[in-house]
Design a protein around this ligand. Structure first.
Ligand code: NAD
Length: 558
């Protein structure tokens, strides 16, 4: 890996590599649109290609913001924003940064879920690389088709578990594209460093296969040895073509996600955001909740609905956090209980064999079928929804949590909003406003008995941009769980009394740049402590990291 920031190699304006005229206007990284000055227009062959009036960036932002707001539905806003990104990235990121709270839910969850579902219909211009199972034997060659040679951050999916929407095959591309946009908007990774990739191995979504407009391979998913060989070739190719890249595994089905992470994290600097990023944001939420209700992790019993990547990832990091506070790991694990699609996860459960990742949390208990029964048996202090199943935290379950706890902690993390286990409104209403609530996708503030609650968004966007940026900046050889724990702790520290006063256990999204920077600093410190940093940074790396951030401002070209 190498230090940031990006050097485009184009610094010599007017040099042989520099695009002019239409080539400059269609280069999304360099284009300034109507903000090209008269001198630039003269010098770079732009005169006549643009309307005569020169606008400032502020004026452009006002105009595009009005245009976004004029669109009457979220998908139209998404289309508008992706078109802007393809035309003028600096302006796109200025808008994202200045209006993060409004723009992130469009470019990311919940709207990105709808965009993926309709990716075929709204497809205009490709972004990222599609590598299909039929490309075996030539993956390195395909990576070289990418126009940027110095890629530092790859976000890759095989589309099997897109948000809580299931198998969307090649339509999942919206997710890596959106996540990379957040790396830039939230942490300041130069946009030229990012590469979104979709690995198309088919889809088990029969409706998609039969849809004549489906963009991917209309065949069942390839699994087993052929899949593994494909992934192995992909990893080798990434190492050969982009040796400095950090790789984020994204929205793989859980049969592959755990394996891919565990088998590859030591040989390829990589992490799985659904497992590790989710874990860090949820543990940060638990720590943030403790700041409001007092006590420590050891006082709590967690019940999860959903025992997949997100759920067991959160539990694993909870165990790491609790052990670092002095609790034996066995005891910390005993405090985590799971309900999956077949009921309470217990030892010797009749039926299908338990998947490997659930075994540490299969306690000795009689099998129970429903979440309501599990709540009675476990008497959790914290209830965490990561099942992708909407309305499963029923009013009766929410009320029972409020009977069992003075301040119940309830997270409905499934995305997008349509899949959340309960709404914010239901959580506050059924607990008489006593709940500490967070959701994966944003919910509007809720007013109850004259008090307004602003639910926190327990979304990975608080974690992965900062972790990735920090790891890249110090050239981390590996991304460890300790780095995610350091990020989670720092995130919880950044919650202010004002946040807590409105019921929010995460910092406001408007502070996301500052949050990502603080997390990056925490990750650099942890990498150094573990001897994993390969790039020297000053003892206090803050100023250096700030200097390395991509700033969405126009440069004078002449
Ligand atoms: P996964 O497929 O690995 O796991 C889903 C789990 O839910 C499985 O254990 C499954 O058995 C269980 N489940 C399915 N139906 C159920 C039912 N009716 N009752 C009980 N359990 C049921 O998926 P994952 O990666 O763990 O993600 C799960 C959800 O969490 C998704 O909706 C995803 O969007 C969300 N998530 C949110 C964030 C965030 O930022 N908040 C991050 C990652 C994942």
């Amino acid at each position: 890996m190498c230090s940031l920031p990006f050097d485009s190699g184009l610094s010599a304006v007017g040099g042989p590599l520099w695009p002019r005229g239409t080539a400059l206007l269609t280069n999304s990284l360099l284009n300034k649109g109507t903000a090209f000055s008269e001198r630039e227009r003269d010098a770079l062959g732009l005169t006549g290609l643009l309307p005569p009036r020169v606008f400032t960036m502020e004026e452009q932002v006002t105009r595009v913001l009005a245009n976004v707001r004029r669109k009457d539905n979220a998908l139209e806003k998404y289309i508008f924003l992706t078109t802007l990104q393809n035309r003028n990235e600096t302006l796109f990121y200025r808008l994202m940064q200045d209006h993060a709270e409004e723009m992130i839910p469009i470019i990311y969850t919940p709207t990105v879920g709808q965009a993926c579902l309709e990716y075929g219909a709204i497809f205009r211009r490709p972004r990222g690389l599609f590598i299909s199972i039929d490309d075996r034997g030539r993956i390195a060659e395909i990576l070289r088709h990418w126009p940027m040679t110095d890629v530092r951050m790859i976000v890759v999916t095989d589309g099997e578990r897109i948000l809580g929407l299931g198998d969307l095959g090649a339509l999942g591309m919206g997710i890596p594209v959106g996540k990379l946009a957040l790396y830039t908007a939230c942490a300041g990774l130069h946009p030229a460093y990012g590469l979104p990739i979709t690995l198309d191995v088919g889809t088990d979504n029969a409706a998609l296969r039969e849809d004549p407009s489906y963009l991917g391979l209309p065949q069942p998913r390839v699994r087993g040895d052929a899949y593994d060989e494909f992934i192995a070739e992909f990893i080798e190719a990434v190492q050969a073509v982009f040796p400095r890249a950090l790789l984020q595994w994204e929205d793989f089905g859980n049969t592959n996600a755990f394996r891919l992470l565990n088998d590859n994290r030591a040989k390829l600097c990589s992490f799985n955001d659904d497992i590790q990023g989710t874990a860090a944001v949820a543990v940060a939420g638990l720590l943030g909740a403790l700041r409001e209700i007092g006590g420590c992790l050891a006082d709590h019993r967690l019940l999860f609905l959903g025992a997949g990547e997100a759920g067991t990832g959160i539990a694993d990091l909870f165990v790491a956090a609790a052990t670092s506070e002095g609790m034996p790991a066995e005891e910390a694990r005993a405090r985590c209980w799971f309900v999956d699609s077949e009921g309470l996860v217990v030892q010797n459960r009749p039926g299908r064999k338990l998947a490997h990742h659930k075994l540490p949390y299969a306690h000795v208990h009689a099998p129970l079928r429903t979440l309501a029964e599990a709540v009675e048996a476990v008497k959790p202090t914290m209830l965490i929804g990561v099942s992708g199943q909407p309305a499963t935290f029923t009013p009766a379950i929410l009320r029972r949590m409020a009977e069992l706890n003075k301040r119940p902690v309830i997270f409905a993390l499934s995305n997008p909003t349509s899949q959340a286990e309960c709404t914010a409104e239901a959580a506050y209403r059924e607990t008489e406003g006593r709940v500490l609530f967070a959701s994966g996708s944003p919910f509007a503030p809720v007013t109850l008995n004259g008090r307004t609650y602003t639910p926190g968004q327990g979304n990975n966007v608080y974690i992965f941009p900062g972790v990735g940026f920090g790891a890249l900046a110090c050239g981390a050889k590996e991304i460890t769980d300790a780095m995610f724990l350091a990020a989670a702790r720092r995130l919880a520290e950044l919650v202010t009394p004002a946040d807590l006063a409105v019921g929010r256990i995460y910092p406001a999204l408007t502070r996301i740049r500052e949050v990502s920077l603080e997390l990056a600093i925490a990750v650099v410190a942890e990498a150094r402590k573990a001897g994993l940093a390969t790039i020297e940074l000053p003892a206090d790396p803050r100023a250096e990291l700030i200097a390395r951030r991509f700033e969405a401002v126009y440069r004078d070209y002449v």
